[in-house]
Design a protein around this ligand. Structure first.
Ligand code: HEM
Ligand code: HEM
Ligand SMILES: [Fe+2]
Length: 376
């Protein structure tokens, strides 16, 4: 897997020149943002997903099925199935974009969010000892709300790509409801954590889980909501506003929970050792947590200021003209926002280096065992 990703990235960086032919689609780059991977890698991804799916189902079949396991299994079917919508080539750009968003939107705003709900439900039980019945009930509610708003919320990407006008109403309405399950998720996580007094055996993991609850709510829920109505999106579409939302949402919803799970895995790998705030060299995970979160929030705010300026000058004042684009790009408030974005980008990067260092070393030489967390 790592080898395949390395080859895709190196080819992408080094060989991406010359005419676009059928063979470039198969070997170099498929050309769709986020799913650029060439066709050979696409097929590889599907195979890996199927193996993963088999592992999950086979594991549960041997042990015990639960509500959480059922949601996970059904979600993985939808998640893998959607990938296929990005695997055929269409000559009409509207058709092409129409199907492309099935993968991108329905992944991040439906199937991945459900996956996060599943992981969160499990973490709350495992890390804090919350009762299974409570997390399962919440999970069902969250999933129903998520699919209820997220599936037709897809319409917020169909405003300006040449699809029929009814998408303005459908997309605006349903995507405006999308923050509701995210509110439910944050309330649920905070309530459970609070009522179990945050007692747990892996402090870095819980800290990142909390970062997830807030990051998901603000990045996806609040930042998404800000530009999701067509009346607003007409001005903000494709500006740095989208990049501001994209960064906080991806980091807040998905990077954070991955990092939490790296800490859980490392703890287990080192033999279920003590991993609290007084663990050796704890400054590393605390500084990594601080630098990464402050860095990404700083980048988000800088990009939002740039996006606001673009929407105002390029779109509202100058009416989306080519000249308007350049006056927005050359405006001092845009340029200084981009300097701040660079500054916070460096902060994020230094947090990442520290995080990698910490993940490679935390728990080494630790002899104390983690305390047992019991359900209550
Ligand atoms: C974790 C969940 C989410 C992630 C990871 C995410 C990520 C992104 C990204 C990367 C883009 C830019 C796409 C492009 O390249 O054009 C985008 C666009 C957009 N997102 Fe989200 N998003 C999430 C949830 C939401 C939610 C809940 C809403 C609405 C309430 C929303 C509203 C939008 C809108 C309206 C756009 C289009 C921006 C434009 O017109 O340029 N997103 N999202
Ligand atoms: C050192 C920190 C980072 C730097 C310097 C950086 C830089 C960039 C740049 C230059 C773009 C292109 C923006 C454009 O097309 O206008 C971009 C896009 C993007 N980045 Fe980052 N990034 C950083 C961290 C992150 C992190 C932590 C995440 C998520 C976990 C992330 C996710 C994304 C996404 C989803 C897009 C596409 C957004 C869109 O198309 O609107 N980036 N980034
Ligand atoms: Fe979307």
């Amino acid at each position: 897997m790592t080898g395949a990703v390395t080859i895709v990235v190196l080819v992408y960086l080094l060989i991406q020149t010359g005419a676009g032919k059928d063979s470039s689609l198969w070997l170099i780059n498929e050309g769709r943002e986020y799913i650029e991977a060439p066709r050979w890698a696409d097929i590889g991804i599907v195979v890996v997903m199927l193996i993963f799916f088999y592992n999950v189902v086979a594991t549960f079949s041997k042990g015990k099925w639960s509500g959480i396991a059922g949601v996970l299994t059904l979600d993985l079917v939808a998640l893998a199935g959607l990938y296929v919508a990005g695997m055929f080539y269409m000559t009409n750009i509207t058709h092409e974009q129409f199907w492309w968003w099935w993968v991108i939107h329905l992944w991040v705003e439906a199937t991945w969010e459900v996956l996060v709900g599943v992981i969160m439900a499990w973490s709350l039980m495992k890390l804090l000892g919350v009762r299974r019945q409570i997390v399962t009930t919440w999970l069902y509610i969250e999933v129903a709300l998520m699919f209820g708003s997220g599936i037709l919320g897809l319409g917020h990407h169909y405003f300006w790509i040449g699809t029929p006008e009814y998408w303005l109403t459908i997309g605006g309405f349903f995507s405006a409801l999308e923050p509701i399950p995210l509110v439910a998720m944050v309330v649920h996580a905070m309530y459970d954590a609070g009522s179990h007094s945050f007692k747990n055996s892996n402090h870095p993991a819980v800290a990142w889980i909390i970062a997830q609850a807030f990051g998901n709510f603000f990045g996806a829920g609040v930042w998404g909501f800000m530009h999701t109505l067509p009346q607003i999106n007409m001005f903000t579409h494709g500006t740095q506003w989208s990049a501001s939302h994209g960064h906080l949402a991806f980091f807040g919803a998905y990077a954070t929970i991955n990092i939490a799970f790296f800490y859980l895995a490392i703890q287990h790998w080192r033999g279920d050792v003590w991993m609290n705030s007084d663990t050796a060299n704890a400054w590393r995970w605390k500084w990594a947590l601080g630098l990464l979160n402050v860095g990404v929030v700083g980048m988000t705010v800088a990009l939002l200021i740039a996006g606001y300026e673009q929407s105002f000058i390029e779109r509202a004042v100058e009416g989306s003209t080519w000249g308007g684009y350049f006056s927005a790009q050359n405006h001092p408030s845009f340029q200084s926002a981009m300097v701040w974005r660079w500054f916070f980008g460096l902060m994020t990067f230094s947090g990442l280096i520290l995080l990698i260092w910490d993940l490679l070393t935390i728990g080494k030489g630790e002899t104390r065992k983690a305390q047992e967390i019991v359900e209550h």
